[in-house]
Write a protein that binds this ligand. Structure first.
Ligand code: HDD
Length: 724
């Protein structure tokens, strides 16, 4: 067992010390007193009043009354998993971070995914940024990479964060809408914040409605520093690349999932791990030499900009695997606290003004959320590295610090704990030379707000562009104040004329290019008050294929959910063959039927139903298969939910397959294609629709699987005359 394998185990054991196992145990009070009756409070007589002396009742009710803690001000809705990280080869030339040195070492991690805007109980499928926060329990202490699934942010300076969050959260007078940016205050703010325009492109794209946490990228967002053991520093941007590719649902689907299964993402992650389909991401870095700091058209310290992968490639240096679900949501997922200031030797921060503000905010917020200065002692937050310092006491202190000495320097404690020199792992901040005048200002390059927004737009495929336009029409369509809508269209015109025109058309507006001057104007570093409207530089504006999900990995159906629609009398051989093929490829076939229980197949076999049409919906699946069996097909045709199931899968551009008598059912669904006219051929009639008259499912299985791996078949949107 390697050193960290052992530590990994120790960490689990360590948490295990706190884990309750109540099997075969008596119920007790919090003092360990065994309780004889947990059904009745203590009363003065069988029909008498309860007695104040009932300490059992009081202890239980008091604890219950205090079960809730404040939810996170942002990122309240989340879910998490344990796992480990392994580097592919030593990164010693770039960084001395211990967890990036030895490929045999498995560093334990805890990863929490979240939405930003909604409350703890809101839907997973809100259009929103997703948090991607990773806590590495390293030998050198905890390292937290507190990132998002979008590589840029709305604002450049932390001082605007409270304004951004106030604007996007439910409006204060009526607490509406929940978990949605589609309302006036958000777009009012955005329409006056040109710096948010790049981020707006990302959140209005399908990136903001992922198919799964397991199928989204992660980004550290800010530029950080790698520092090696010679003290040489380089700039670094962090990336997480999902091995299953980057995939999203469509907006209509997202809204329906929010009703059918608001825990969709949470369930997806949980089930994948329970099934042993461990989610994996490769860790990528973009490295920029110190001397190249100023060679870009944008400022590396500006969190509203990316470094296009075509300018600086992403080098994949290791892998993250999530392999264990938490035991208790509150103890782990809710109580975990991340902090961008939790760094280790070899990784350092930069002067990005957004990051600088975050360094204050995270410690501060835990004081109220977790109730005091000792949240690092909660099991999920405890480092595997030993903790020794002179901090003492406070609410809910767990550590029993022995001895008289709680100060440094001291002689009574033999000088301990003592400062650690760099060569024994002491953290030394990178000695960056700072020479400047105090100013409330930003560097000139921060003021190009539109070039990278245009880069993103230019890099999208046609279906992605359609979805983005439709998202903006939806969001701005929900805005009540007409001036805000018009202001946003003018802002979009700075990014791209076609984009603005298309959005404006949907809103019944003309594009007015003239931007209104916002009330607040920032002063750049040179002291000159710039025009509010910077001329878009457009220097780097070309195309970045890495920004389009159309170019992602599409070679696997691993973990994809496939509905097999059937009723009594379904073709046994066809379903058996299809299930075998799908399972063999790593997908998850599920039998969906008009009712729960068991179906009788054509051969008379009893087959367990996984979902009834009442509890399942096509939005919970990636693809649908309709097997033959005349009796089954007839029964399905009479069931409106079954017909809707396939129609909806069609609308959402999912793969649909049918064979034998199953073709009759497809006809009955009247899909907007050749399959509906009763002339289904033996070959696919349209992208992602796989039909065969042959009863044998084996003949279409491989084609079906290949089509599912494509994720969606956007060409169908043209037929429907609207994005799905
Ligand atoms: Fe933040 C939580 C990510 C800017 C203040 N943030 C939080 C979480 C993530 C991020 C993933 C949830 C962590 C968890 O799962 O517990 N935040 C980001 C990213 C940002 C960012 C990628 C920009 C690049 N955040 C940001 C700023 C501030 C904050 C500028 C304040 C100045 N963020 C917080 C917070 C939260 C938080 C209020 C809420 C709960 C918490 O920290 O623990 O402190």
């Amino acid at each position: 067992m390697s050193k960290i394998d052992k530590k990994d185990n120790d960490k689990v054991k360590d948490l295990g010390r706190f884990r309750e196992d109540s099997a075969r145990e008596y119920i007790t009070t919090n003092q360990g007193l065994r309780i004889n009756d947990d059904q009745n409070s203590l009363k003065a007589g069988e029909r008498g009043p309860s007695l104040l002396e009932d300490f059992l009742l009081r202890e239980k009710i008091t604890h219950f009354d205090h079960e809730r803690i404040p939810e996170r001000i942002v990122h309240a809705r989340g879910t998490a998993a344990h796992g480990y990280f392994q580097v592919y080869k030593s990164m010693a030339p770039l960084t001395k971070a211990k967890f990036l040195q030895d490929p045999s070492v498995k560093t334990p991690v805890f990863v929490r995914f979240s939405t930003v805007v909604g409350s703890r109980g809101s839907s997973d499928l809100a259009r929103d940024v997703r948090g991607f926060a990773v806590k590495f329990y390293t030998e050198d202490g905890n390292y937290d990479l507190v990132g998002n699934n979008i590589p840029v942010f709305f604002i450049q300076d932390a001082v605007k964060f409270p304004d951004l969050v106030h604007a996007v959260k439910p409006e204060p007078h009526n607490e509406m809408p929940q978990a949605a940016s589609a309302h006036d205050t958000f777009w009012d703010f955005i329409s006056l914040m040109p710096e948010s325009m790049h981020m707006i492109m990302w959140v209005m794209s399908d990136r903001a409605i992922p198919r799964s946490f397991r199928m989204m990228e992660g980004f550290g967002v800010h530029t950080f520093r790698f520092v090696n053991d010679k003290g040489k520093s380089r700039f670094v941007k962090f990336h997480w690349k999902p091995l299953l590719g980057i995939h999203s649902v469509v907006w209509d689907e997202a809204q329906k999932i929010s009703g059918k299964d608001p825990d969709f993402h949470r369930r997806d992650l949980w089930e994948a791990i329970e099934n042993g389909d461990y989610p994996e991401w490769e860790f990528g870095v973009q490295i920029v030499e110190e001397e190249d700091e100023h060679k870009f058209d944008f400022d590396l310290l500006d969190a509203t900009k990316i470094i296009p992968e075509e300018l600086v490639p992403v080098k994949r240096i290791g892998k993250l695997t999530l392999n264990r679900n938490p035991d208790n949501f509150f103890a782990e997922t809710e109580q975990v606290s991340f902090n961008p200031g939790h760094v280790v030797p070899g990784i350092d921060i930069t002067n990005d003004p957004l990051l600088q503000g975050r360094l204050f905010s995270y410690t501060d917020t835990q004081l109220i959320r977790l109730g005091g200065p000792n949240s690092h002692e909660i099991p999920i937050n405890r480092p595997v590295a030993p903790v020794h310092n002179t901090q003492r006491d406070g609410h809910m202190r767990q550590t029993i610090n022995a001895g008289r000495v709680s100060y440094e320097p001291n002689s009574l404690g033999g000088g301990c704990p003592m400062q650690a020199k760099e060569n024994v792992g002491g953290f030394v901040s990178y000695a960056e030379k700072i020479d400047g005048q105090k100013a409330r200002a930003r560097s000139d390059k921060f003021f190009d707000h539109f070039s990278q927004a245009a880069l993103f737009w230019n890099s999208q495929s046609d279906p992605e562009k359609n979805h983005l336009v439709q998202a903006l029409r939806f969001e701005l369509g929900k805005v009540e104040v007409a001036e805000i809508r018009a202001r946003m269209v003018a802002m979009l015109a700075q990014v791209d004329g076609t984009l603005a025109g298309r959005v404006a058309k949907g809103l019944g507006l003309e594009v007015n290019q003239k931007l209104q001057t916002p009330l607040n104007m920032s002063v750049p570093a040179d002291g000159n008050v710039k025009e509010f409207q910077p001329k878009p530089l457009k220097k780097n504006v070309g195309n970045s294929p890495a920004l389009s999900m159309a170019n992602t990995v599409k070679d696997t159906v691993k973990t994809r959910k496939v509905a097999i629609l059937g009723a009594d009398g379904f073709d046994d051989a066809a379903v058996t063959a299809m299930k075998k093929a799908l399972t063999g490829a790593g997908a998850q076939p599920k039998l969906v039927a008009p009712r729960l229980g068991f179906l009788k197949s054509s051969k008379g076999a009893e087959v367990k139903v996984d979902f009834s049409l009442l509890t399942a919906s096509s939005v919970m699946f990636d693809a649908v298969y309709i097997p033959g069996g005349e009796k089954s097909v007839k029964a399905l045709q009479e069931q409106v939910e079954a017909v809707e199931f396939v129609q909806e899968a069609f609308k959402h551009c999912k793969t649909i397959a049918a064979n034998g008598a199953g073709l009759e059912f497809i006809r009955a669904c009247r899909l907007a294609n050749g399959a509906a006219d009763g002339k289904a051929k033996d070959s696919a009639v349209e992208e992602g629709i796989i039909l065969s008259r042959d009863d044998q499912a084996g003949k279409i299985a491989s084609e079906f699987i290949k089509a599912i791996a494509q994720h969606r078949h956007w060409s169908r949107e043209k037929k429907l005359h609207s994005p799905a």
